[in-house]
Write a protein that binds this ligand. Structure first.
Ligand SMILES: N[C@@H](CCC(=O)N[C@@H](CS)C(=O)NCC(=O)O)C(=O)O
Length: 211
């Protein structure tokens, strides 16, 4: 089985996929497509015209959460209880939905539409403050989302939490289980190693010059 990830030169929706691939310790190659200079000429190569795309033995698999769930289940880093897995997926989708507001904000920034940028970011911030409370209530005493053991869902959420909290650190205030979950995933040797070598934020999404 070969894995090849195609994504933009961004963290964005690619980072959860990268973290899940790393946590599974499977080998994969990655290409980073420059969103400003390469994307438009490459878009047609992708069946659904979007990334991230995971090439699985040369076949394209689209949709961030679908890719991560497939990887988690395939490599046994997943809940085997259908109801728990489904309730975990609720949390996954809620956090993934917020990426839409961030992408709106990025596009608005490129188009120099400050109003849309600020409105989208504020929508993301408010939503995150709500959904982090639901996440907190679903973390078990063992520290994972609706599970005794770590699953791909924890890795996926930790990746988004780490990115989102770089914009809005307040989303981790008062939610100690959520913060601990993120830190436990970040302490995995493979993730720790990735955090040391991964490319810096693209200037497009860097929280330092974004907000
Ligand atoms: N629902 C899709 C959304 C994918 C998406 O919008 N990807 C963006 C990059 S983060 C993209 O490819 N945008 C370029 C385009 O739509 O032309 C997913 O979860 O993967």
């Amino acid at each position: 089985m070969t894995y090849h990830l195609a994504y933009m030169n961004l963290r964005g929706r690619g980072e959860p996929v990268r973290w899940v691939l790393k946590a599974l310790d499977v080998s994969f190659t990655e290409e980073r497509i420059d969103v400003l200079t390469q994307w438009l000429s490459r878009k047609n190569e992708f069946e659904w015209g979007q990334t991230p795309v995971l090439m699985v033995d040369g076949v394209q698999l689209h949709q961030t959460t679908t890719i991560c769930r497939y990887l988690g289940e395939k490599h046994h880093l997943a809940s085997t209880d259908l109801w728990n897995a489904t309730r975990q997926q609720e949390v996954v989708e809620a956090f993934h939905d917020v990426s839409f507001d961030f992408s709106l904000a990025f596009t608005a920034r490129i188009k120099q539409d400050e109003t849309l940028k600020n409105n989208s970011l504020e929508k993301a911030r408010k939503r995150l403050l709500e959904i982090v409370l639901i996440l907190e209530s679903r973390i078990t005493d063992q520290g994972w989302v609706l599970s005794h053991d770590m699953t791909w869902v924890d890795v996926f959420l930790a990746a988004y939490l780490e990115s989102y909290s770089a914009y809005f650190p307040e989303i981790l205030e008062g939610v100690s289980k959520t913060q601990a979950l993120m830190e436990c995933v970040m302490a995995l040797p493979v993730i720790k190693a990735w955090l040391k070598i991964r490319p810096h934020w693209s200037s497009l999404e860097d929280p330092q010059n974004f907000l």
